[in-house]
Design a protein around this ligand. Structure first.
Ligand code: SF4
Ligand code: SF4
Length: 343
C-alpha cells in the first residue's frame, strides 16, 4: 500500500481517484468483488484494449496484489465483445489463476465504462445514490491501466510516470497507441504518428463523448489522458444550439435517470441551486448522451459541467471558511487555558 501511494497510482480511466484510498475501505465494509474495467466504450479509444493485448501479464500481477490487499475478493474482468484479441490475451494470462476469477464479456454499450454501470453490468448490483460508493455494495472497480501501474509500483518500485494514450482521428497520418512519459506535448505525440494529414478542424483531449476540445497542441499529457483525437472538417459538425422543445429525448438517454432538459434550463437561468437541489446535477457522470441526442443541439453536458464546477467551488469555499472558524476557536480556547501567572 505504501508503494502504491508513493508511486502516485490513481484511476487512469478518467476520474483520477487515488488508488491507495480506494484499496483501503473502512473496517466495516468488505470487498466481495474486484471488478477490472476493460470496457473502453468511447469511439476511437483503444489504449486499454492494446494494454490488455500486450501487457496482460502485468495486469495479472496487479490483480494478485489487489486481491491480497482487499482480503481475497472474487475477480470479474469486464471486456466488451468487440475486443476479441483483448479477451483472448486476458484468457491466456489468467488461465491458471486460482480462485473465483472470471472474464465477463459484455455487450457493446455506451456508457458501460462508468463505474456504476460497470458494477450493474458485471455483477448485477446497484450502487445507491451518493454519498454511497461502490464499496457499499461490496465492489471495488479499477481500470486495467491502473492495475498494471499497481504491479509496476509494488513489484518494481516504479513511480507512475507514463501512460498509454490513443492518438487517432482522420487528420492523423498514422493513428497509434503510444506509451509516453506524462507531460509529453500533444504536438510531439502527433509528430510521432507522422504528423497531420491536413489541419484538423477540431482537436479533442479524451474521447468523442467525454473529452473536451483544446485550442493548443502545447498541452502535456496527464495520468488521465486516454486519447488525443484530430478530426478533419468532414468529421466535425458545426452547429448553433436552440431553445429546448421538451421532446424528452435527453431524459430517455440519460443513464443516471436525471432530467437533463431541466438541468440545462436551470443553468441557463443561472439557477444553480435548482440544478443541485431539485435536479441532482451532482449525480451527472458527464457521459454526453443527452447532448448527443438533442435535436436542438443544446450543450447540455457542458452546462452540467459548469453547474458542477460552481457547486464544487462553493463547497470548497464553505470548507475553507469552516476550517478558518475552527482554527480561530481553537486559538481562543488555547489562549483561555493559559494560567494567569503565565500571562
Ligand atoms: S451527461 Fe447528460 S446524459 Fe450523461 S449523466 Fe449527465 S445529464 Fe445524464
Ligand atoms: S433533447 Fe434537447 S430539446 Fe429535447 S427535451 Fe432534451 S434539451 Fe430539450
Amino acid at each position: 500500500m505504501k508503494r502504491i501511494e508513493a508511486a502516485g497510482v490513481c484511476g487512469m480511466g478518467g476520474a483520477g481517484f487515488p488508488t491507495a484510498v480506494k484499496l483501503n475501505p473502512p473496517p466495516n465494509k468488505r470487498c466481495e468483488y474486484l471488478i477490472l474495467n476493460g470496457a473502453e466504450c468511447e469511439p476511437y479509444l483503444s489504449a486499454d484494449c492494446r494494454l490488455m493485448m500486450e501487457r496482460a501479464d502485468r495486469i495479472r500481477v496487479g490483480v494478485e496484489i489487489m486481491r491480497k490487499v482487499l482480503g481475497g475478493p472474487a475477480v470479474r474482468i469486464a471486456i466488451e465483445a468487440n475486443k476479441p484479441e483483448a479477451i483472448a490475451s486476458m484468457e491466456k494470462a489468467f488461465a491458471d489463476i486460482e480462485g473465483n476469477v472470471e472474464i465477463v464479456v459484455l455487450p457493446v454499450l455506451y456508457p458501460q465504462g462508468s463505474e456504476k454501470h460497470q458494477i450493474y453490468a458485471t455483477v448485477g448490483r446497484i450502487v445507491p445514490e451518493p454519498p454511497a460508493l461502490p464499496i457499499d455494495v461490496g465492489c471495488v472497480v479499477e481500470n486495467v491501466g491502473t492495475v498494471a501501474a499497481i504491479a509496476n509500483a509494488v513489484e518494481r518500485g516504479e513511480i507512475l510516470l507514463s501512460r498509454v494514450t490513443t492518438v487517432s482521428g482522420d487528420a492523423v497520418v498514422e493513428p497509434k497507441n503510444i506509451e509516453a512519459p506524462l507531460g509529453t506535448k500533444y504536438a510531439d505525440l502527433v509528430a510521432f504518428c507522422g504528423g497531420e494529414k491536413e489541419p484538423p478542424a477540431k482537436v479533442i483531449s479524451g474521447g468523442t463523448m467525454m473529452g473536451f476540445a483544446v485550442s493548443t497542441m502545447e498541452i502535456g499529457t496527464t495520468r488521465t489522458t486516454s486519447g488525443l483525437l484530430l478530426l478533419s472538417k468532414r468529421r466535425v459538425f458545426q452547429y448553433g444550439s436552440g431553445p429546448c422543445i421538451n421532446c424528452g429525448r435527453c431524459v430517455r438517454a440519460c443513464p443516471m435517470n436525471l432530467n437533463p432538459a431541466e438541468i440545462s434550463k436551470a443553468v441557463e437561468a443561472d439557477d444553480i441551486k435548482s440544478a443541485e437541489e431539485e435536479y441532482h446535477v451532482m449525480d451527472c457522470i458527464e457521459c454526453g448522451a443527452c447532448s448527443f441526442g438533442c435535436p436542438e443541439y443544446r450543450t447540455i453536458t457542458q452546462m452540467c459541467r459548469r453547474a458542477k464546477a460552481s457547486i464544487r467551488a462553493r463547497m470548497a469555499a464553505e470548507r475553507a471558511k469552516a476550517a478558518a472558524a475552527k482554527a480561530k476557536e481553537d486559538a481562543a480556547k488555547q489562549a483561555a487555558a493559559v494560567p494567569k501567572e503565565a500571562k
